[in-house]
Design a protein around this ligand. Sequence first.
Ligand code: GUN
Length: 281
Amino acid sequence: MAKIIDGKAVAAQIKEELKERTAQLKEKGIEITLAVIQVGKDAASGVYVGNKKKACAYIGIRSLAYELEEGTTQEELLALIDELNGRKDVNGILVQLPLPAHIEEDKVISAICPEKDVDGFHPQSVGALCIGQAGFVSCTPAGIIQLLKRSGIEIAGKECVVIGRSNIVGKPMSLLMLRENATVTIAHSRTENLKEVAKRADILIVAIGRPKMITREYIKEGAVVIDVGIHRKEDHRLCGDVDYDDVMPVCGAITPVPGGVGPMTIAMLMNNCVESIRLQS
Ligand code: GUN
């Protein structure tokens, strides 16, 4: 039977560690502040932002919430970011995505000062990751590395296939696995013979955004399967990009949905907020 990789438990462990570090910083008179900006009323974004604020409260990070109207102009948003960039009492700035269509995401991401870019989306953060310099790393891929390491899964020398090439997950994930000395293949929706490519993987990381697409035909016996997808089915239950029940009997370890990668993303955001103190000092 495959091992179930418990993201909820690992995330809880990380949050406890961060809570302690935050308390130690407070004793030295250092308080961490995260500014969270949401534009408009997207329902899913509302839930994510709420969870981020809750995590901050739990760990002892001060959160400043900016809930801007859907009609906020790009200039107004950029002016707010500029103000927050200049504030000494703000350590991290997060603009929840997606933004309304009239606002250019790239411009907004690039406007956040890299020292406060706790999402790790700024081109400078991505470039630093690429060439092995210090900087913030996108939270979901960083969380997956922690999940693998803390579950005792060896990465160095292993064949890793990442399915998906998004800026937020697939690309940084591939770079992080490379940094951990895996042999990395990036596959995507246009990859030919995807099943054969995926079947090479000792560690298969799936972030393709299609419910239950990955069945056992994509899996090498004993492989570690990491499922980044999250979808709500018609019966309102959640599922991932991997067909969990089908893959379970052939893989060696697997992340469930929910309770796998999801909780790690917020834990790593909190980690980036705490780390911001080091980058800014
Ligand atoms: N929207 C969905 N995921 C994320 C995330 O990790 N960060 C931000 N800022 N927006 C998101």
